[in-house]
Design a protein around this ligand. Sequence first.
Ligand code: G6P
Ligand code: FE2
Length: 183
Amino acid sequence: MSGASRIYEKRLGDLDGLYRDSEAFAAEVSQRGADELVYVVHEQKYDSSPGALIIGTSTLLPGAVSTEFAMTRGHLHAVADRAELYHCLSGHGVMLLDTVDGDSLAVELTPGKAVNVPGHWVHRSVNVGEEPFVTLFCYSADAGQDYSLIERAGGMRTLIVKDGEGWSQIPNPDHRGYETAAN
Ligand SMILES: O=P(O)(O)OC[C@H]1O[C@H](O)[C@H](O)[C@@H](O)[C@@H]1O
Ligand SMILES: [Fe+2]
């Protein structure tokens, strides 16, 4: 299929402020290096019109900073009503979802499972496994991403943390509410 293709990478040094434990983050940067890849997105879009789709794959490598698993920055779509499909191709992850009004969900994804993220939901991928977590995604080409809402809110409502050999979700004590952040 013809059209613009893009590869978008995030390295450890790009993710300052994402994890709660800033000392543990600094230690990871000095140990693993600021250039270490955390996630890479391969996307393809043939057009930017409202009806067009962006499709691609997101590959989030395994890892953790202190107790928090590797994650994407997360966002609300700039055109907030735009939805997105994520279909897990490999690995073991969680799609973390919040609404501005107070709903939160953590959807576990393993190969063959999919999550249909409605518009108006903030979303982030988390890798809770030991292999790369790879999803196929599809969303409207005009959606865009708003990264500042999560930052202003002090992070998403929930943290996905190590729990023995597995993972669990705990409330994020730094979260200030999206309602306040929006004003
Ligand atoms: O945009 P981030 O929160 O950094 O997450 C990385 C990527 O996640 C998903 O795969 C989205 O479909 C991409 O459009 C996005 O760029
Ligand atoms: Fe998205």
